[in-house]
Design a protein around this ligand. Structure first.
Ligand code: SF4
Length: 341
């Protein structure tokens, strides 16, 4: 991924995945993660050190640490201390449940990470906990957020992300107001949900159990854009779900951007990661629909289509391909981001 704050310096990102059993069981999550161990095995730890060494030796300047719930790794504090001294920027992506512990948050802050990305799915425990299937998770995330705001250093950052889901779609505008009113947070990144073929029909999960059709996502985005002072990044929501008039309205709203380009983790080039890379590519794959050939964003290689699962779920959607003329006006709301380019 290129520099997330779009500053002049470009960072070369490597991705570290720490797969542990997650305390959440999100409605959209891959069933395989629930089979992960409670802590890293010796073999996984060796791989973690190999991955880290690979990025260091190949002059990567930034690292994103994700997985299922990396902050549950028993040696995460010393590991973060180490990598924060090796790379210019370390970004953590974690469900945020561990941050309810004040001392733990203080220890994490001291490692010197650059940014931490935390998902929040609802304005209330009822909504959030129903998305992550983990009673009490909302309370933990909220407490963690307070701890972060209290202890983070001025040059450290945090970001909140969410996903449009059947379980939270009516609450999403309330969520935006909640984070703004309670915490003074004025930005939210929201993804359209996705799934792999493996999730579909396995472990009792179906894409339709949590997916929201584009028609509902479109309405939610228009409501969100009405909230004064809030900015959003909408990921994997194609612009062709809006009419020209709606796109021009979104353009007038400050701080609304869309990103719709497939990118994947940039995992180390070791054999152990080959299967993960293939799996993630299938999971995030995008395809063009029937109207894409009429769209300037396809021609300009700015959009790679809709995610494969959305293609099937929105077969009858009346897409509005983007003309060159409309693109010239709405260009500022489109983020083009490729892995390390
Ligand atoms: S390329 Fe296809 S999916 Fe992307 S905005 Fe254009 S019509 Fe929509």
């Amino acid at each position: 991924m290129t520099n997330p704050d779009k500053g002049p310096e470009q960072y070369v990102f490597g991705s570290i995945l720490i797969h542990l059993r997650c305390s959440n069981k999100c409605v959209f999550c891959d069933f395989r993660l629930s089979d992960s161990p409670d802590d890293l095995t010796q073999e996984q730890e060796i791989q973690l050190f190999k991955d880290t060494a690979y990025f260091y030796e190949n002059n990567f300047t930034a690292i994103d640490v994700s997985g299922s719930e990396p902050l549950r790794y028993s040696k995460i504090i010393p590991y973060l201390h180490r990598i924060c001294s090796m790379f210019k920027r370390v970004i953590i992506l974690d469900p945020g449940n561990s941050l309810h512990n004040e001392q733990f948050t203080k220890d994490i802050v001291k490692t010197g990470f650059y940014n931490i990305v935390i998902p929040i799915y609802g304005s209330t425990p009822k909504v959030h906990d129903s998305c992550v299937c983990n009673p009490g998770a909302h309370g933990k995330v909220i407490k963690g957020l307070r701890n972060l705001i209290k202890y983070k250093l001025p040059d450290q950052h945090f970001e909140l992300t969410s996903v449009f889901l059947k379980q939270n779609i009516n609450d999403i505008p309330k969520l935006a107001r909640f984070i703004q009113n309670e915490y003074g947070i004025n930005s939210l990144k929201i993804n359209a949900p996705t799934a792999s073929e493996e999730v579909e029909g396995i472990g009792g999960k179906k894409f339709s159990d949590f997916n929201v059709p584009f028609g509902q996502i479109r309405k939610a985005i228009i409501k969100l854009a009405d909230i004064k002072g809030m900015g959003y990044d909408f990921h994997y929501t194609p612009l062709c779900i809006f009419s020209d008039k709606e796109l021009l309205m979104l353009m007038k709203r400050r701080g609304v951007t869309f990103f719709n380009m497939f990118y994947t983790y940039n995992l180390s080039d070791t054999k152990a990661n080959q299967n993960t890379c293939k799996y993630v590519e299938r999971y995030r794959a995008q395809v063009f629909h029937d109207k894409c050939d009429q769209c300037y964003l396809k021609k300009a290689e700015i959009c790679l289509g809709v995610r494969r699962m959305h293609y099937t779920a929105n077969k009858n959607y009346n897409y509005n391909p983007i003309s060159k003329k409309i693109y010239a006006v709405i260009k500022p709301i489109i983020t083009v981001m490729k892995v390390n380019q």
